[in-house]
Ligand binder design. Structure first.
Ligand code: IPE
Ligand code: IPE
Ligand code: MG
Length: 237
């Protein structure tokens, strides 16, 4: 479990960037324009979190289920990610470590190499860790860890009695990252949609009707104020 940082902020915040499509629809635009606008919010929120001193931020950008969407929408999102990566590269100059969680094997080699290079080049930066969940699913994350556990047992490196929460956590995509403390979901939906299901065991949640492209610093301030009132007990008294 992580602790609060000195300002009473969560150590690790997760954002479910939802509501892009509805934002566009409301304006009579194609859904892809909502994704483009949502990317602007992403930039603003990354800078603001850094300013506030938040140590870890995870953005749910594309789920393992989002491939079900129409081909042209998926293509538009992927094209945006390519821009995202170049964009995110700039953040590495600001002492920000970048990590990707999710199954990278679904992407073409060029895109995958860009992701790996970004992770590699920023691995020693420590002002903040920016985690992008792309082709991420909480269940896929757990299965990914379970397969590694099976291999470890099979090869005799560990016995099944040595499998515990700490060993398992260290095999997830989020290896080395403290559990998420606060999950913020705009757009009015009250669900996790397969985001960090293991890591959110004791997370607090914040839901707002604001659509992600409209989500701004003031909305984040409001969410962070609310977090200060939460009494976290982690099962204790
Ligand atoms: C979230 O916005 C972005 C992705 C899932 C990629 P949506 O595209 O889900 O927007 P709504 O929920 O349809 O408004
Ligand atoms: C969750 O949003 C995934 C991301 C924001 C990347 P969805 O729009 O895919 O979730 P559902 O389908 O409403 O649960
Ligand atoms: Mg949605």
């Amino acid at each position: 479990m992580s602790e609060l940082n000195s300002a009473g902020f969560p150590v690790h915040i997760g954002f479910i960037m939802d509501g892009n499509g509805r934002w566009a629809k409301k304006r009579g635009l194609e859904r892809k324009f909502g994704h483009k606008e949502g990317a602007k919010t992403f930039r603003k929120i990354v800078s603001y979190c850094k300013e506030l001193g938040v140590k870890y931020i995870t953005f749910y950008a594309f789920s393992t289920e989002n491939w079900k969407r129409p081909k042209d929408e998926v293509e538009a999102i992927m094209a945006l990610f390519d821009q995202y990566l170049d964009e995110v590269r700039k953040h590495t100059k600001e002492n920000i470590r970048v990590m990707f969680i999710g199954d990278k094997s679904a992407f073409d080699e060029n895109f995958r190499n860009k992701m790996i290079a970004l992770e590699e080049d920023s691995k020693d930066f420590d002002a903040m860790t920016l985690i992008l969940a792309i082709n991420y699913g909480g269940r896929d994350d757990i299965i990914y860890a379970a397969k590694q556990v099976a291999e470890l047992v099979k090869s005799g490196s560990i016995s099944s009695s040595q499998i515990d929460e700490s060993l398992f956590s260290n095999l997830l995509y989020t290896k080395g990252v403290p559990d998420v403390d606060y999950i913020i979901r705009p757009s009015g939906e009250l669900r996790l949609s397969n985001f960090l299901i293991w890591q959110a065991a004791y997370a607090e949640y914040y839901f707002t009707d604001v659509l992600w492209p409209d989500f701004d610093k003031k909305d984040l301030d409001k969410a962070l104020d609310e977090f200060k009132n939460r009494k976290r007990r982690f099962g204790g008294v």
